[in-house]
Write a protein that binds this ligand. Structure first.
Ligand code: SF4
Ligand code: SF4
Length: 654
């Protein structure tokens, strides 16, 4: 077993994660002499210059390091100021994040084309109603047309998302007119994703765009090309091909692993391979094969964003978030972990080796040294999935590791969508966002918050997510969730209607009336676009202003870590949403670039950034912003009246 020195680790596992199952596995890993990301994260002291983005390595005259405590004292060798350096660094992060989501979206579009052309036979168009609705929303005439014809026209339209070199990205049409007008006026309406990412990379080269204000425009444009581009294509087409989720009960946490079954974990981001695995594990041949080798069956489980998506769509159990992917292998019960792209830590390879688990990469764009590569091809999915199954079954039959599976399993309702929120609050025949708006206007719901994103071993896993959401719902803020954040809250038991009493009086009344949880899980990180569409529908329903920036809403990624998170944050800000990041932010307070992000953008009509590390402070900032928007809309007094009325009613009832 390849072991590392873990002697130095003195911090308690309870201080590294709130997740009891992950704690148990961290303790076991330490006993086994295996170092996990949670301990590496504790030991790694980030560079104090890089953490505030005060260094540049965009050319070999440098790298140049400025002093974050005296940022205007020096410039880089080329003369770049701290504002240029921070803006370029931020821009390259956003370019990478946007590229990742657009790469995901483009592959989903390719799969869609494969189905239309008949080259992909194992997948099909599942939700023809959504196909028509999305096509119509983009102005495609569907009347009297065959499904495949509508699909072809939708494909051709959405291809522009990536390939346009002029014009406007198709899905930007779904944004409120006033928001679109702002983007046009400011010259940040995205054209095509490839162009936007390319231009941002070029403008951040040495000696190119050296005015942080001008650079900011391309940063916003590239971020919008993510949210209203590749991410939205990924979500909408995945729904069309694999089915639009609706609320479903799902289990989360490591207790979903089964000692007496072949356990296969799928982790990553694109749904096609996971869908292929789902088909393959139900093949009687493999079920019999597993039984012949002594297993009771095959247990397919998800993790991270792939897991969140499959849990939402099909109720597939979920074993944990980004912060638990190494820890889960320590159970010894994972016969294969099958991965595709993004957020797959290289450290998995070493941990998998220690516990004799097969780590299998499946995507040509993401190999890992030390892992087995079995490529997944949508035109022949069984070639990959069957090989994975054979390996996993063989590993089950020859398990040599002691098995220790934590007992924790929580059940929650997953699978909300912007379509389902409309139906749930508006009813079958008058599906509409008006009832949600009415409850916001009358003050029962104070506002809406998106709490999303990763976990980060810089902080105790799940702690900020849970404390923040608890405080928001207590203050009548309805919370929408995606990604690993929703796994944190699902494990804490918030994604059930029975959590309604944890909410303030107004929100809990709405939840109890409708039978919904105060925290709604919407899927993976690309599914943040469901929040954009829901927010646009709120503006359209009336009474809450004309643009996304008018809404009493706010967003947060409390334990963020990835470049994708920065791209998501920036597309929400550029769409008009106040967005707070926990842990820290890569800019230096009181510099011109920082002030632009945290104040100036709002003055230009967008949202703005905020940052704080304490969850109660984050909640206070988000609620203050929501109240500010309520006041601007003239609905601040209604809330006071509604809540007084409600407490009066309670007094009368007692
Ligand atoms: S681009 Fe300028 S600031 Fe950056 S490394 Fe080169 S010389 Fe230094
Ligand atoms: S939420 Fe963050 S860590 Fe989790 S899968 Fe998505 S991007 Fe990765």
């Amino acid at each position: 077993m390849a072991k590392e020195n873990t002697e130095k680790i003195i911090v308690s596992a309870k201080d590294r994660t709130m997740c009891e199952a992950t704690q148990q596995m961290l303790e076991k890993a330490r006993r086994d002499g295996v170092k996990l990301d949670l301990d590496r994260g504790y030991e790694m002291k980030p560079c104090p210059i890089g953490v505030e983005s005060a260094c540049c390595k965009h050319c070999y005259m440098g790298p140049c390091r400025l002093n974050p405590r005296d940022p205007y004292k020096k410039v880089g060798v080329c003369g770049a100021t701290i504002d240029t350096i921070m803006a370029r660094n931020f821009g390259r992060n956003v370019a990478a994040g946007s590229a990742s989501h657009n790469d995901h979206g483009r592959h989903i579009l390719g799969l869609f084309k494969g189905i239309i052309d008949g080259k992909v036979k194992d997948f099909s168009i599942d939700d023809t109603i959504k196909l028509e609705r999305v096509a119509k929303s983009l102005g495609i005439d569907v009347e009297g047309k065959e499904v495949l014809q509508v699909a072809k026209e939708l494909h051709d339209e959405l291809e522009k998302t990536f390939s346009n070199v002029e014009g406007e990205m198709p899905f930007t049409r779904l944004a409120p007119e006033a928001t679109q007008e702002l983007w046009r006026k400011e010259g940040i309406m995205p054209r095509g994703a490839m162009l936007e990412v390319m231009e941002l990379m070029s403008r951040t080269h040495i000696g190119c765009d050296q005015d942080y204000n001008n650079l900011m425009k391309q940063i916003s444009r590239t971020a919008l090309a993510d949210g209203w581009g590749g991410s939205m294509v990924a979500t909408e087409l995945s729904d069309i091909m694999f089915g639009t989720p609706s609320p479903t009960l799902s289990e989360v946490n490591m207790g979903v692993l089964k000692e007496d079954q072949v356990n296969i974990i799928v982790h990553g981001h694109e749904p096609a391979m996971f869908e292929g695995m789902l088909m393959a594990v139900n093949d009687p041949f493999f079920i019999n094969e597993a039984k012949a080798r002594g297993a009771k069956g095959i247990n397919l489980v998800g993790m991270c964003c792939s897991g969140a998506e499959m849990m939402s769509r099909h109720g597939v159990p979920h074993a944990g978030s980004f912060g638990s992917t190494e820890a889960v292998i320590v159970t010894g019960a994972v016969d294969a972990m099958v991965v595709d792209i993004q957020c797959i830590k290289q450290g998995l390879a070493a941990v998998a080796k220690c516990y004799d688990t097969h780590l299998i990469t499946t995507n040509a764009r993401a190999h890992i040294e030390g892992a087995t590569h079995i490529e997944f091809d949508e035109r022949d999915p069984r070639n990959c999935t069957d090989a994975v199954l054979s390996k996993a079954i063989a590993r089950y039959a020859s398990r040599s590791m002691p098995i220790e599976i934590p007992k924790q399993v929580q059940t929650g309702v997953q699978g909300f969508t912007h379509e389902y929120i409309e139906y749930m609050l508006g009813g079958t025949f008058r599906g509409s966002y008006s009832p949600l708006n009415e409850n916001i206007i009358n003050g029962r719901i104070r506002g809406v918050a998106g709490v999303v994103g990763c976990t980060n071993p810089k902080v105790k896993q799940d702690s900020i997510h849970i404390a923040l959401v608890r405080e928001l719902i207590k203050n009548d803020v309805l919370v929408l969730q995606t990604g690993c954040s929703q796994i944190s809250l699902a494990k804490a038991g918030f994604l059930v209607p029975e959590a309604a009493p944890l909410a303030g009086p107004g929100l809990s009344e709405v939840c109890e009336t409708v039978g919904m949880p105060p925290v709604l899980g919407l899927g993976s990180c690309v599914d943040n676009t469901r929040i954009l569409i829901a927010a646009s529908a709120m503006v359209k329903a009336g009474g809450l202003g004309n643009s996304l920036a008018d809404l009493p809403v706010a967003g947060c990624a409390p334990e963020w870590m990835s470049e994708k998170a920065l791209a998501i944050g920036q597309y929400f800000v550029a769409s008009g949403v106040y967005t707070v990041f926990g842990i820290g932010f890569p800019s230096i307070k009181d510099t011109k670039f920082h002030n632009l992000l945290f104040d100036g953008l709002e003055k230009q009509g967008y949202g703005k950034w905020g940052t704080a590390s304490d969850p109660i402070e984050i909640a206070r900032m988000m609620i203050a912003h929501i109240d500010k928007k309520r006041k601007q809309l003239g609905i601040d007094k209604t809330r006071e009246r509604t809540l007084v009325d409600m407490s009066d009613r309670r007094d009368l009832a007692s």
